[in-house]
Design a protein around this ligand. Structure first.
Ligand code: 13P
Ligand code: SF4
Length: 314
């Protein structure tokens, strides 16, 4: 069966069932093409919170994204096409570590990046995404009347937030990072700048500081998408420092512009574990519990507060 045929079958099955498909920008392009909504982590959380009126949500993203949707929709069925699709960054921070940090820094709020387990979120005061980390940190530090926060698990996003907000971020832990973004080096940027001297460089805040400092724009995937959408006629070429799924999306949507990945093979293999066959299987077997994402209710009850607080503050 061709990709087109599979996509058509999925679209037909989708119409026959009470289901919505949400996809992150890093999903394979053929999945993005059949999704009802494509977005960044914040957009996906918001959509699952406000706009889903179906009983079933198929979530094409990594585990923490589907877990967040499930926490926000405890009366619905959230299904993940491949339950092995997880974000390795989340493993950098355990709930025990957060408790330990809190004991060592009493009175400081805990800001947890959504790229974390539900159990870690349950120990936090507020969640954030790469779209709103600066704003959330500013708001929560005002609320607690402090000039420092505990921040994890991404040390690069924490560093970016500190740079932008001037609020000290104590990294939980110092080494938390994304293997996709942290592989972009200053050398890669220098090569790109030399090859494409006219291009604007847009990078994700999960990149290391030395790379971010060379960029024309730093933002989440949705921010980068909007930066391209709002670019002037003269801005025809872009170097993109994030996962290649976003480049495939913007190349389709803005065909009068040219895009180059900041480095070859910037692929999040965890995001790419989903495929059309798995989505078709789910649509034909919506009640197969193997693929349902459920956070234990005692954790969900505690994790929902920092997620809802983030949505309120952003
Ligand atoms: P966004 O907040 O841009 O969706 O990023 C999520 C992510 O996992 C980045 O690697
Ligand atoms: Fe996690 Fe990095 Fe993949 Fe994003 S790109 S899901 S942070 S591993």
């Amino acid at each position: 069966m061709t990709v087109k045929q599979l996509q058509e079958e999925i679209l037909t099955l989708k119409k026959q069932n009470d289901v919505i498909i949400l996809a992150h920008y890093y999903q394979p392009i053929e999945i993005q093409e059949i999704a009802d909504y494509i977005g960044d982590s914040l957009g996906l959380s918001r959509t699952s919170n406000e706009k889903t009126n179906t009983d079933y949500i198929i979530f094409a993203g990594v585990d923490f994204m589907a877990e967040t949707a499930s926490i926000l929709n405890q009366d619905k069925h959230v299904l993940i096409p491949n339950y092995e699709s997880c974000c390795p960054m989340a493993a950098f921070l355990t709930p025990e570590m957060v408790i330990d940090f809190k004991q060592k820094h009493p009175g400081l709020p805990v800001v947890v990046y959504v790229n974390s387990t539900a159990a870690v979120k349950a120990e936090s005061d507020i969640c954030c995404t790469s779209s709103n980390a600066v704003k959330i940190t500013e708001n929560i530090s005002k609320e607690f009347n402090v000039k420092s926060v505990l921040f994890g698990p991404d040390a690069n996003l924490a560093d970016y937030t500190e740079q932008m907000s001037k609020i000290k971020t104590i990294k939980m832990p110092k080494s938390g990072h994304c293997y996709v973004h942290s592989q972009i080096t200053v050398g890669d940027i220098e090569i790109g700048r030399e090859r494409y001297p006219e291009a604007k460089l847009l990078v994700h805040p999960e990149c290391v500081r030395e790379v971010r400092d060379l960029a024309d724009f730093v933002g989440s995937t949705a921010h980068m998408y909007n930066r391209v959408k709002d670019s002037s006629q003269d801005e025809k070429e872009f170097i993109i420092g994030t996962e290649q799924g976003l480049v495939e999306r913007i190349a389709q949507d803005f065909q009068d512009k040219t895009f180059h990945l900041a480095k070859d093979k910037l692929i999040c293999y965890n995001m790419k574990k989903h495929n059309l066959e798995l989505i078709k299987y789910l649509l034909e077997n919506l009640d197969d519990k193997t693929f349902e994402v459920k956070v234990p209710s005692e954790i969900a009850k505690r994790a929902i507060e920092p997620i809802e607080k983030m949505l309120k503050y952003s």
